[in-house]
Design a protein around this ligand. Sequence first.
Ligand code: GLN
Length: 547
Amino acid sequence: MKRPQKFIFVTGGVLSSIGKGISSASIGMLMEARGLTVTMIKMDPYLNVDPGTMSPFQHGEVFVLDDGAETDLDLGHYSRFVQSATFTRKNSFTTGRIYDSVIRRERAGGYLGETVQVIPHVTDEIKDHIRAGSQNADLAIIEVGGTVGDIESLPFLEAIRQFGQDVGSENVLYVHLTLVPYIGAAGELKTKPTQHSVKDLREIGIQPDLLLCRSDRALPVDVKKKIGLFCNLKPDQVFSAKDVQSIYELPLYFHEEGLDEKISEILGIWTGKPDLKSWNKMVSVVRSPSANVSIGVVGKYTDWKDTYKSLSEALVHGGVANNAKVEVEFIDSEALEKGDVSSLKSVSAILVPGGFGERGVEGKIRAIQYARENRIPFFGICLGLQLAVIEFARNVCGIKQASSAEFTPNGSQNVVDLMESQKAVRDKGGTMRLGSYDCEILESHSNQKTKAFLAYGSKEIQERHRHRYEVVDTYRARFQEAGLIVSGRHLAADKKTDLVEMIEIPAHPWFLGCQFHPEFLSKPLRPHPLFSHFIGAALEFQRKKKA
Ligand code: GLN
């Protein structure tokens, strides 16, 4: 007999940014390790149809999926923690998308003259979306964005309350994450914000089954008892979510606290203990690496933190693959523009990540030149590849005005430009090349294996994209003659579109650029090969420098 599908809804209280995404992902990781097929969904309460158009400063990174969906950065956490789930645009939706579907249906006469209302029409649409995103999994974990008490989240909370009624209370579990602050002056952990947040939740008809209490220390039993008393829970339904050094420690901590056991018990899921061997091994490398290596990431100062979430995690993974801890030195590109390159001297490798817009570009180009001339390992991602090509064109090929149409739309020597197919839509702002595309890897060049082939060990790969501009084809031969080769390309089915996907300089110890975003595919248990090889090259550089 087929097992009934189970659902866990995760809500957050008190404050945002207390780790709801990582807590949800940790539950996913533990339940998968117990042998279940797990999927995850993020529901965001804002009105944008997707985060693709939102400023990364406000919203953090846009995480791109294989199908080209531009999603919330929590999908990145889910992808890194849950090994075998494939996420699609069905796994991330917003209020904007829900209303868009409802209004379209209304215009098409789909409601047969009814008055269209939040309850039941919007809530029905949300429930349909939850079902569509949960298919083919034993367990679906659905995270509700925002904080309980926000006006925006109400339709989602009402929908998940109804969902519990629809599928039966034995098949759903409500988890609520709150903050239990330690107040130094009182010398106490304070439970009042948690009590209030649970009260808000119960007012709308949701009694949480489990509480995860974020705090800087483990909750003593008496605090759990007190919270339980006020929130209608037994103390063993109240869990600590203690601060941990690395996010990858959180599932292990939850496991020690008995969280996955309790979830299985309440949901009536019969599984054995989770298999955490490889995860434990990875965490022990993160905790006590055998070397440290410093990587300079060059960007606009304001870009850092959540904007490059997947990138910073992929660097951690690349470190794990080499038994090393990666220390990221953030290098402000605008400071480099003023001519001060001292910050580049102390690092063992330089990375120029993806980005949009002209600000700070000249500083990034300066950093690339420094890496190329001083034989420092260099990794350019998306914009980073484009700028590496511009730097090479200017300083090696003598194409003095080399630039990108993104910065000089009417430039006469743009070596990076909109794709032909996109030029036609230039006036409408163009569209981005999004999602997974095939890339054909060049195995060797002048009897030397390419860095791309050495990393992937394969001639056919797929990687995810999010960009508008491309290296201009007509310059390829000139670059190649001067020592920069194309080691990866995308050949479209029509055989006409042949796009530059990877570049490298064979005479340099490790100088590689890719037009795609490998960071989206990196996982702690499966570090991306480009990151592993890049960190390997950085360690080699560091070793030689010391010798
Ligand atoms: N701005 C560049 C483009 O649109 C690079 C984008 C990126 O780095 N993701 O092509």
